[in-house]
Design a protein around this ligand. Sequence first.
Ligand code: ADP
Ligand code: TRP
Length: 331
Amino acid sequence: MDIVLSGIRPTGNLHLGNYLGALKNFTKMQHENTCYFFIADYHSLTTHPTPQNLQGNVKQALVEYLAAGLDPEIATIFVQSDLPETAELYLLLNMNAYMGELERVTTFKEKARKQPQNINAGLLTYPTLMAADILIHRAHKVPVGKDQEQHLEMTRTFARRFNRMYNAEIFPEPVAYNFGEELVKIPGLDGSAKMSKSDDENSAIFLADEPEAIRKKVMRAVTDAGPTVKNSPKPEPVENLFTLMKAVSQPETVQYFDDKYNSCEIRYGDMKKQLAEDMILFTAPIREKIKELKANDTYIRKVMDMGKEKAHVSGAATVRLVREIIGFRPY
Ligand code: ADP
Ligand code: TRP
């Protein structure tokens, strides 16, 4: 069985795009592979969160992932810093990571531009830490978005380099895991092509949003004055509204409004009302689960402990082997 691993940055709440584009697939994947999902709290230190924010964000991320359907009994769900062996592997990999290649990484250059007052070494070596995350479990597949492709490429380079240097076939070269044809892109409510947490707050529907907040955001969604010619093509913001509806509503509902659009009788207010109610219904089970889990610290702690233990079995074994290969042998 393939080993699949993915890291999640504990920043902000999950939105409908995260769920439909990534998480829903993770919940399926966990049954078909040996899966590791972890919360990348070491990585999040590059932006200097306060201890309170760090703790709150890690808990929120874990709660939302569990609420979305990741099963701690099936997959290994853990917090990155609960596997400190990662830090040792990171140190060891850094010995063979070169300044030139790290400085050329697109995400580093972008971050350096965005936070010129805080270009720390952790930012520069972000790809080595990510490689350590992946290689410590000797993962074969890593489900990531396009923005992480370069990091994965570097992970392969570091793996190859290590294997060659020590003439050992210890690390597999991980590949990006795509969800095939099911790849969906959920648009934003502001007319943007992709729902995202970093854009306008009102553009994204978060899994934890209360019904009233969902109604408000959807009613404010961007549309146009309405079609005047029958069967005319839909402008992008309107098309986006239909795409969102397809994701959460019954096919008959989508058909109904599509027919109304084509006959120039559509009332966007009615469509939005329907869309809001369907979104509320669609997210209800996750929203309820989030609330329930948030109030159950005992269970959350239990999940963390269980993940820590499982991650340790695999991670500690790799580091033990790496130490031996490098030459840290007991005399
Ligand atoms: P954001 O864009 O909100 O910062 P991330 O970049 O953290 O989200 O994405 C986390 C995961 O969710 C990735 O796998 C990404 O492909 C997926 N994802 C994010 N936004 C969308 C979207 N609008 N539609 C489909 N998938 C998405
Ligand atoms: N860099 C990833 C992101 O920004 C998060 C991450 C950290 C990760 N370590 C990882 C993803 C290992 C996959 C595998 O989304």
